[in-house]
Write a protein of this length. Structure first.
Length: 156
């Protein structure tokens, strides 16, 4: 069936029709893949260097909070320098979707939370994911705030 309104995005958050298919372009996939491999390696490095504190998985907490901050900083910085095109889009795909997507690990957050609950640590099993999400939102807002206070060359 043909799209009756090809000039409109299917959803407001989706790119315009002329930009549909970005997720299928080999260059975009390569940027995301390379960034994802590097981000996953960085996450593993944090896991090796930062042991847990008792039952609390500090490495997962650290990567999710630092990743939320970095994503807020990155996206706000890129947005302040212009439209999501060219070099800015490449940086967003490489660093945001790729690196930070591979670096952060909300699947490990759920697994860690389930483990804590199954081991009978009800308070930590509930507080850990709730605190991670709330602190992650604050970290992201802090990254946005930091980026909005930095006036670089080419800023709007």
């Amino acid at each position: 069936m043909r799209d009756p309104h090809p000039e409109l995005p299917l959803e407001p958050d989706l790119p315009a029709p002329r930009e549909r298919g970005l997720h299928l372009r080999p260059a975009a996939l390569t940027l995301v893949g390379v960034g994802g491999v590097a981000g996953t390696a960085a996450r593993e490095g944090v896991g090796v260097l930062l042991p847990g504190l008792g039952a609390l998985p500090l490495a997962t907490l650290a990567v999710n909070l630092s990743g939320a901050f970095a994503l807020g900083l990155l996206l706000e910085s890129l947005a302040r320098h212009g439209d999501d095109r060219g070099r800015r889009r490449s940086l967003r795909l490489l660093l945001g979707t790729g690196f930070l997507g591979g670096y952060t690990t909300y699947s490990a957050l759920s697994e860690d939370s389930a483990r804590l609950l199954l081991e009978g640590d009800l308070l930590v099993g509930i507080a850990y994911p709730v605190a991670t999400l709330l602190l992650g939102a604050l970290a992201s807002l802090l990254g946005i705030r930091v980026a909005s206070n930095v006036r670089g060359r080419g800023a709007r």
